[in-house]
Design a protein around this ligand. Sequence first.
Ligand code: NAD
Length: 313
Amino acid sequence: MKILVTGAAGFIGSHTAEFFASQEHEVFGIDNFSEYYDPALKQLNLEDIKKAGVTFIEADLNDDLASKISTTFDYVFHFAAQPGISATTSLDEYVQNNIFATQNLLDFIKQNSPNLKLFVNIATSSIYGKEATLPETALPKPISYYGTTKLAAEQLVLGEQRTGKLKACSLRLYSVYGPRERPEKLYTKLIKSIYDQTAFPLFEGSEKHSRSFTYVGDIVKGMATVIGKEDVVNGEIINIGSDVEYTTQQGIELIEKIIGLKAKIEVTPPRPGDQLRTTALIKKARKLLDYEPETSFEAGLEKQVDWYRKKFL
Ligand SMILES: NC(=O)c1ccc[n+]([C@@H]2O[C@H](COP(=O)([O-])OP(=O)(O)OC[C@H]3O[C@@H](n4cnc5c(N)ncnc54)[C@H](O)[C@@H]3O)[C@@H](O)[C@H]2O)c1
């Protein structure tokens, strides 16, 4: 199958592109190397996906895509986005990269891939709001620009599906961690600060937040199961994540145990827009996709520490 992975130089997109290439699919990756975090890290991911056989196109999804891509696709996995809840990222950046970019991609795909089997939108538990502990039918109540613009993107994709323009589904992911995790996210930042023996800034109260931390390999396998199931998932929103919750404090202690050193925690003011609790309700994913996350939290964190050591120490 010909698969387009947007955001292919990023954290989850790079794992997904690599996985599909290993399954003998013809994989095309696109990314604009956004400067939200160090593009040099994305270059490292790019080296890996190229080795795996992925064809890479450097482009912004807001560009005239038809002038840059001449191939048609069977599947699109749309990861490219302005991720994260960041006080220094403007609303414009969220709107540009989550809303306009998604519509431009949809327009390109409708025009140029008439035989598309499925457009897979990658969404987030942030759509649910302060507490993401609900099934897919719950009313979305996002509390951040990120959650709100990702909800809009999801609705743009599903709107095209509802009007019969393409088959599509949206997968809502929960706190993904593992090798290549973004540098501003909890575990990569924590591991780096422990090895560098620098202060680790912890948002006040966040040690009590609980999360459905999900190992990236389990996310990729879950997403990949939609291939061939387009009639089953068409028009659906599906939560994908681990249904076992851990607090941030438990995660910090596990990392300290794996590394064998203590973090130098420095409490900073709470982050507006942060979720208090996320628990992936995955009954629907189990039913439609036979989805079952397999990696224990400790085993997943060990892989992330191992990756960090090999790449950066
Ligand atoms: N990491 C998580 O825990 C998590 C949880 C839920 C959902 N998600 C979703 O998963 C997706 C990937 O997240 P990630 O953590 O891998 O982030 P990431 O920033 O590592 O990857 C996103 C990639 O998209 C690229 N990009 C951004 N805007 C673009 C544009 N306009 N054109 C082309 N490329 C563009 C970036 O350069 C980046 O490489 C996002 O849609 C995010 O909302 C992530």
